[in-house]
Design a protein around this ligand. Structure first.
Ligand code: NDP
Length: 248
């Protein structure tokens, strides 16, 4: 991969949550290759350090930072560190997520709460941390990862879908309230990543992994994020759905 040198006008400071694997990692690579400065957040900082090294070895710019999106103070520190380093925050990609699917009558209440904490509260913590900065700047772009499960509900997806429907709802509210900010929802279908590793119910995990035969690479989602970010400032791409061609 060759990296064009960033230009002042086109090079953005892009914060990505959950950058240590899957879609977040692929998005970081795509955006760094396009000349953007990427700020990488996740709990597995060893993974982030390797990714940042790879990006810099290819001529890109990356700042790896420890981040737990369930902790609002941690998310504020993540944004503050990026702002201190670059003097602005152009884009936040709220990507961190977990998907411990199960039937409601399995009563895996701790997993329900984890999905709410990461997939919903985590996104809200990100919005809360960047909104004051973006309002002060007079510009900004928030990209939220929902899912095809934010457009339909299937058995075992009730709580996961609830969090992803919620991400679409709050993104639409944010869009309507913000005339200076761009708001994008990306809804992937089956995509290759480590996400099925968060499924604690082994029967459900095996069934979902079988469906993953048709999954598309995470680079397909990274390209969609890049498309939304690289539009002119007065063009807000509000929703993108990207599924495998073979997905029903
Ligand atoms: P991965 O499991 O590969 O990546 C999830 C990322 O989230 C990891 O980097 C993980 O990092 C991070 N994460 C989890 N919990 C936290 C936390 N508390 N704080 C900070 N980071 C956290 O899965 P995907 O790449 O597939 O998932 C990315 C997003 O895409 C999710 O929101 C997911 O719901 C969504 N999505 C995925 C689809 C798919 O088929 N793969 C389909 C539709 C939507 P770490 O553990 O190091 O903290």
């Amino acid at each position: 991969m060759s990296h064009p040198s960033p230009t002042a006008a086109a090079s953005k400071v892009v914060l990505i949550t959950g950058a240590s694997s899957g879609i977040g990692e692929a998005t970081a690579l795509a955006l760094a290759a396009a000349g953007h400065h990427v700020v990488l957040g996740a709990r597995r900082t060893d993974r982030l350090a390797v990714l940042a090294k790879d990006i810099e070895a290819q001529g890109g710019s990356a700042l790896p930072l420890s981040l737990d999106v369930t902790d609002p103070a941690d998310v504020r520190s993540f944004v503050a560190a990026a702002h201190d380093r670059y003097g602005r925050v152009d884009v936040l990609v709220n990507n961190a997520g977990v998907m411990p699917l199960s039937r409601l009558d399995a009563l895996r209440v701790d997993e329900w709460n984890l999905m709410i904490d990461v997939n919903l509260r985590g996104v809200l913590h990100g919005i809360a941390a960047v909104l004051p900065v973006m309002r002060e700047q007079g510009h900004g772009h928030i990209v939220n990862l929902s899912s095809v499960s934010g457009l339909r509900v299937d058995p075992t997806s009730a709580v996961y879908s609830a969090t992803k429907y919620a991400v679409r709802a709050l993104s639409e509210g944010l869009r309507q309230e913000s005339r200076e900010l761009r708001v994008t929802v990306i809804s992937p279908g089956l995509t290759r990543s480590e996400l099925t590793g968060s499924i604690g119910d082994s029967g459900v995990r095996d069934a979902v992994r079988e469906q993953m035969d048709i999954a598309i690479p995470a680079t397909a989602i990274g390209a969609a994020v890049r498309y939304a970010i690289d539009q002119p400032d007065d063009v807000d791409v509000n929703e993108i759905v990207v599924r495998p061609t073979a997905q029903g």
